[in-house]
Design a protein around this ligand. Structure first.
Ligand code: AHR
Length: 532
């Protein structure tokens, strides 16, 4: 069981270990996961090579009208924690800590039945959401979404219903961005004189095939005619197969700025699974391989300069919606006990105990992959931002910051603007037939080239790793400020009763001849002027 004293002891123990020559504790403890005597890793930061610019848009979020993301998440009119417009102020304050730069909305599969005009103006009509089988109250529409984005400081990113007409899609752009004309007047009548200036637009969610691709070309052209300053994306790949149809590049390529990629590495859509820490960690290297495969497709089409990747739905675990795929309309009888049970079953994703150090470290692995591919990945959106599998759990009485909330906050707030090539030579962590590097790291540096922030994770469930950090050929020496995220066990999680079991702690980390010790199942970000 967690207690703060245990955590303080852990921090003290870590600090103590740093002062020791080598990793004495690891040598004395049998290594169950690797059968080696000591755990070692060397991290080499290439200090004399050009760096890549990190796009902060990779710390974006996605919210869909599914489960308790919008209603009962960000938006809960009547709640004592909401303002007079229905926005949950505690949720907005917490999301601001993540510096979320962009939010994608309204779906997801939900968007396939969404007609934006019904979600603006005073006469909002509830309707049957035939993708997810619930009644959509339609009280959260375009104006509420833009207001939410403004409050958290994020760019709005709207995903269009590609099953709707091209005219309907182009009209949504005009409604949001035009200064004159019928649609601009409609927006003004609905209470917003100034354009919303929505820059990011997607033509549809998780679609493919010739008909769709032709429509992407025509819609992108029509939307850009309305506003030439927008950036357009469309479905590139979803699911484990990172392959992109070459016809997409040939046909719609010249109109696209980004390509949407989706993947959830534990597919809980129908069957809810709860793999243990090590099984989750064995998935850590998959995002990197996935991104490389997408880059290869874009490269083959010779479009790498023009088209960037928006990894606009990603998470370790997918959400759970048994009986509904979301991709096919399904009329439901709300009174049917089977339907009631299926909808209730979706709440399995909300269970706080699911989100452990595995989620925190997977999230760091995902960001490392994006940063390593910084020239190609210019946006990513955690799916989802709030409730279900997201970093923030929202309940009627408050919020809980899950473990991956803290990873996101650490990356968004502590890393520097440029990423340096970072080579990691690490022992492997094995589990059954699988293995991943025990240590992963990414080094970032500010514009002056002086201030470094290095994120290092030890994936081992129970043992420290002796880690050697080198700037070029020179081992780092000295004591640096470090922010450490870990828990009293790899399965540690935060919940309503214990919201602070896993929270970042500040400590000083000492390197001697380049060597330091990292606590088990931890993410450490050190910052400062790293001295050889
Ligand atoms: O499980 C939710 C769905 O996952 C989203 O609606 C869709 O975009 C993705 O397949």
């Amino acid at each position: 069981m967690w207690n703060p004293v245990t955590h303080r002891s852990l921090a003290l123990l870590s600090a103590l270990l740093c002062a020791l020559p080598g990793n004495l504790l690891a040598q004395a403890t049998p290594n169950q996961a690797t059968n080696q005597a000591t755990n070692q890793a060397t991290i080499l930061i290439a200090t004399d090579e050009p760096t890549k610019t990190c796009d902060p848009m990779i710390y974006g979020g996605f919210i869909e009208h599914l489960g308790k993301q919008i209603y009962g998440g960000f938006f809960e009119p009547g709640s004592p924690l909401a303002d007079e417009h229905g926005f949950r102020l505690d949720v907005i304050e917490a999301v601001k800590e993540l510096k979320v730069p962009v939010i994608r909305w309204p779906g997801g599969c939900f968007v396939d039945s969404y007609h934006w005009k019904k979600g603006v103006g005073p006469d909002r009509q509830p309707y049957d959401d035939d993708r997810w089988g619930v009644l959509e109250p339609n009280t959260f529409g375009t104006h509420e979404f833009i207001e939410l984005c403004r409050r958290v400081g994020a760019e709005p990113y709207i995903c269009q219903n590609s099953l709707a007409s091209i005219e309907e899609m182009a009209d949504w752009v005009a409604y949001c961005n035009a200064t004159t004309g019928e649609l601009a007047e409609m927006r003004k009548r609905n209470g917003h004189a100034e354009p919303f200036d929505v820059k990011f637009w997607s033509v549809g969610n998780e679609k493919g095939g010739k008909g769709y691709i032709d429509k992407v070309r025509d819609t992108a052209a029509a939307m850009k005619e309305v506003d030439p300053n927008i950036l357009v994306t469309c479905s590139g790949s979803h699911g484990p197969r990172a392959y992109i149809d070459p016809y997409l590049f040939q046909t719609a390529g010249p109109y696209l700025d980004l390509l949407s990629v989706h993947e959830y590495w534990i597919p809980n859509f129908q069957q809810h699974q709860t793999p243990d820490y090590l099984a989750c960690l064995m998935l850590s290297e998959k995002p990197d391989a996935h991104i490389s495969a997408v880059v290869q497709s874009i490269d083959k089409a010779k479009m790498r300069e023009r088209i960037k990747i928006a990894f606009d739905e990603w998470n370790l675990r997918s959400w759970h919606h048994p009986g509904f795929s979301g991709h096919h309309p399904r009329k439901v009888d709300y009174q049917d006990p089977e339907i009631i049970a299926l909808i209730k079953d979706r709440d399995k994703s909300l269970e706080p105990s699911l989100y452990t150090m595995a989620d925190a470290l997977f999230c760091a692995s995902f960001f490392n992959a994006c940063l390593r591919h910084a020239e190609d990945v210019t946006m990513a959106n955690v799916a989802c931002l709030v409730n279900q599998t997201g970093p923030l759990y929202v309940h009627p009485g408050g919020i809980v910051k899950r473990t991956h909330f803290h990873t996101m906050a650490m990356y968004a707030n502590l890393l520097q603007a440029n990423v340096a090539r970072t080579e990691v030579d690490s022992d492997r962590l094995t589990h059954g037939e699988s293995s991943v590097a025990m240590v992963d790291a990414i080094a970032t540096v500010d514009e002056s080239g002086e201030k470094w922030s290095v994120a290092i994770m030890n994936r081992h469930p129970s043992q420290e790793v002796t880690c050697t950090l080198k700037m070029g050929d020179s081992p780092v020496d000295g004591t640096y400020r470090a922010t450490v995220l870990t828990g009293d066990s790899p399965d540690a999680y935060n919940d309503i009763e214990h919201p602070n079991r896993v929270v970042p702690q500040e400590m000083m980390l000492t390197f001697k001849d380049g060597r330091t010790s990292l606590p088990p199942h931890s993410l450490v970000i050190i910052d400062g002027r790293l001295n050889p």
